[in-house]
Design a protein around this ligand. Sequence first.
Ligand SMILES: [Zn+2]
Length: 325
Amino acid sequence: MKRVLISCLAYACLGFAFASAEAQMCTDIRGKVCSLTGFKPNPDVPGTTAGWSPDCDMPDQLPDAQKRAIQDAIQEAFTRAPARVRRELCDVSRIFVITDQRFAAWGRWENPDFVFPGNQGQIAISADNISHSFSELQDLRIGTLIDPGLFRHSETVKPPPSTNPIAANTLGLLYVIAHELGHIKWHRDWNDHKPVVCRDDPNFYTWVDIKPSTDPINRRWTGFGDERDADQHLDPVRKPSKVRSTADLEKIYHDGGFTTALGAANPEEDFVEAYAVGAIERACQMAGAQCTFKITIGADTFQINSERLSSHIVSKRKCLEKHLD
Ligand SMILES: [Zn+2]
């Protein structure tokens, strides 16, 4: 009985915290940005610091001019983000700039079971993420999982006449930030028992047996591109490490039900990639721009931000609308 009372109180407090965050949406997140060196968030590696809450380097390791440029780039991505993504970013305690790894990024929600007092979210990105388009980042990221000779990304961003155009690199940075925010949401919202990661939609997941008691939900850390035997696709689509041909890769993008090939690695990345692509697509719409993000595989080109003959993609896009604005 006592346990029930405590959890109800905790839930009520969380509810209040969210209500007040929504009422007081922040307008400037530059103050959250600082450098971070030496933090190892993965609890499964030697020398992990996952049990601690990271904080800014003292002194900050970024030269002043570079720090200001990064802060401004992140602020621009924030300003262009859909409303709910901005609210979520207001609740993030820090946006770290990782100084000791290239093209690194992570999103971390501190589960109170492991970190005291916990329940904080942090995003960390390395500085090189701020100066690339979505397509360049996809080439880089998916190229670490799958033979980069099999595919090529491209995009068109058509701005409306005579307005403030959204830059391709802003969309790339927003993609990176929204992706890491998606990891925070996944861990936090499943833990809070909120029906907000689309588990109320049976078609959202192209995976077998996704429910709170199963491993994909309870694992503490999901590394980039992690593939585990516990994660099984509903349909005969290969995971990234098993892709050997353009036909294997086309299956993922044609009607496989995944937003990107990274999403085919595990259920968490599946949610996160759908959320991040949804965020940049919505940012384009808000800017009055027409954005088309594409992957060319062999002789065929697929539009990443489209339904692609897949009822799963239709469901994912529909579910994610309520997380964007
Ligand atoms: Zn990820």
